[in-house]
Design a protein around this ligand. Structure first.
Ligand SMILES: Cc1cc2nc3c(=O)[nH]c(=O)nc-3n(C[C@H](O)[C@H](O)[C@H](O)COP(=O)(O)OP(=O)(O)OC[C@H]3O[C@@H](n4cnc5c(N)ncnc54)[C@H](O)[C@@H]3O)c2cc1C
Ligand code: SF4
Ligand code: SF4
Length: 425
């Protein structure tokens, strides 16, 4: 199917909310709207001339590997994309280590790039201070700003809507985002050479899916809290894995364990995240996740798994260690799979899910270079059946065979959402 603009892509539920289309539209004709039960989605204005710039940068429609670094480990490529080295450790700065989501590696690498490599700053995401249950795209230039915006936020964020700030910066800058955000950065860089030239380092965090804003609002409701009572909201960090922590305007705090909070929020992940094969930032220079191969205690000081994916990433890791920003040790690359088994299960189910959707004539994303069929072949017969039949059933029961209403039609209703159906497609 040919798409005239991203409005059509979003109406087929392929948008993953990166924000790159808003950057790519030269007429400034695309607004991003937080559709509370889905995620951040584009609303295209009536002046669209169908130039296709937004479609060309959209990772929701097409995320494909075109280049493969020569030194990538062959044994990991099928499940994890290009991997050159796997490390474990943490930010050397104890404050960053503690505040960070895992061991603060992403923040430490960004700070090193700014303080020692002369990069202008880091484009990434942080809490919206006016509505702390939502996120905002931010450009951090100091240690203090980077620390304030550290920590995973299990709610929609669209850092690529700020790519113009990288393009316009007087020197290269760092980008930090989810795997789909980094895929969008790379596509946008192909279209805009000035962006590509000014992208100093691309960092990804691992991602199993972004819960919608409704997830956070429903969690607050379950705890008898209203959004208006919240002064600040962290989803984790301040230790590893850290606590979900709502600081209230009356000075009190309400906390949940990481497992309680993620266990609730993950049910609010949209369809597109279940069709996403890249959970570990395969298009980044460096990606950071949790070394879940062993159980974390309640309050450990913080540990990151750090994956070097490109030559630039390898160099950034070793020079950040030499300069005293990171403390890491090389680990057996097989620990990546042991740490993120859920991401491999999801990737393996995707070929069956897409096949079921194709039978109904539903447009699906193009995803090449992820060995989807070979991964699916590795499933048991019952898992294969489930991936196909479960999706077919949901296509019917949830009406995925038809286009969803356009963002501009839904926008006015954001106050009256019904909880979405739960569970994966
Ligand atoms: C939606 C989501 C799903 C995740 N799923 C997994 C998973 O499956 N496996 C796993 O190991 N870890 C997962 N994580 C956690 C994250 O990958 C790790 O904590 C990672 O190690 C980063 O830790 P750090 O201490 O290096 O990062 P920090 O130093 O704390 O920095 C985190 C960076 O991420 C950015 N960021 C935070 N939230 C978002 C967001 N929603 N969108 C874009 N950028 C954001 C911040 O701006 C900050 O720059 C998930 C995180 C999110 C937000
Ligand atoms: S995936 Fe990104 S580029 Fe594509 S429509 Fe959604 S926000 Fe726009
Ligand atoms: S699961 Fe994939 S598509 Fe969904 S937010 Fe994470 S990286 Fe993006």
């Amino acid at each position: 199917m040919e798409f005239r603009n991203v409005d059509e892509i979003a109406s087929w539920r392929m948008c993953l909310g990166c924000g790159a289309c808003a950057y790519a539209c030269r007429q400034g004709n695309i607004r991003l709207v937080d559709i509370i039960r889905d995620g951040i989605r584009p609303a295209v204005g009536s002046g669209c001339d169908g130039c296709g710039d937004c479609v060309q940068v959209c990772p929701g429609l097409d995320t494909s590997h075109k280049e493969w670094p020569e030194n990538a480990l062959r044994e990991l490529s099928r499940g994890w994309g290009p991997v050159q080295e796997v490390w474990e450790g943490h930010a050397a700065d104890p404050e960053i280590r503690f505040a960070g989501s895992s061991g603060g590696a992403a923040t430490a690498l960004a700070l090193y790039s700014v303080e020692r490599l002369g990069m202008h700053g880091a484009l990434h995401s942080g809490a919206d201070l006016d509505e702390p249950w939502r996120n905002k795209t931010v450009f951090s230039r100091t240690r203090d700003e980077l620390i304030k915006r550290s920590g995973s936020r299990y709610s929609p964020a669209s850092p690529c809507d700020g790519l113009a700030s990288i393009e316009a910066a007087p020197s290269p800058s760092v980008f930090i985002g989810k795997p789909c955000d980094v895929a969008a950065l790379r596509k946008a860089g192909e279209k805009r050479p000035a962006l590509k030239a000014n992208t100093g380092l691309a960092l990804s965090i691992f991602c199993a899916g972004t819960p919608s804003t409704l997830g956070t609002l429903e969690l607050l409701k379950k705890l008898n809290l209203s959004a208006g009572e919240i002064k600040a909201l962290r989803y984790r960090g301040m230790g590893w894995p850290g606590m979900w922590n709502a600081a209230l305007k009356n000075g009190k705090e309400v906390k949940l364990s990481y497992m309680e909070a993620w266990g609730f929020l993950q049910k609010y992940r949209p369809l597109r995240c279940y069709l996403c094969p890249d959970g570990t930032g395969e298009f980044a220079d460096v990606s950071c996740g949790d070394p879940w191969y062993r159980e974390a205690g309640e309050t450990e000081p913080g540990l990151s798994m750090v994956v070097a994916r490109t030559g630039l990433g390898k160099k950034a890791i070793s020079s950040a260690m030499d300069a005293g920003y990171l403390k890491l040790k090389r680990i057996d690359p097989a620990l990546l799979a042991r740490s993120q088994a859920n991401l491999l299960s999801k990737r393996s189910a995707i070929w069956g899910r897409l096949a079921a959707m194709r039978i109904f004539g539903i447009p699906v994303p193009r995803l090449s270079g992820f060995s989807l069929f070979r991964n699916w072949l590795g499933l048991s017969i019952s898992e294969k059946t489930r991936s196909f039949a479960g999706t077919a059933r949901r296509v019917i029961t949830r009406g995925y065979y038809a286009r969803a209403r356009r963002v501009s039609q839904i926008e006015g209703e954001t106050g009256k959402y019904q909880p979405p159906e739960r569970g994966h497609p």
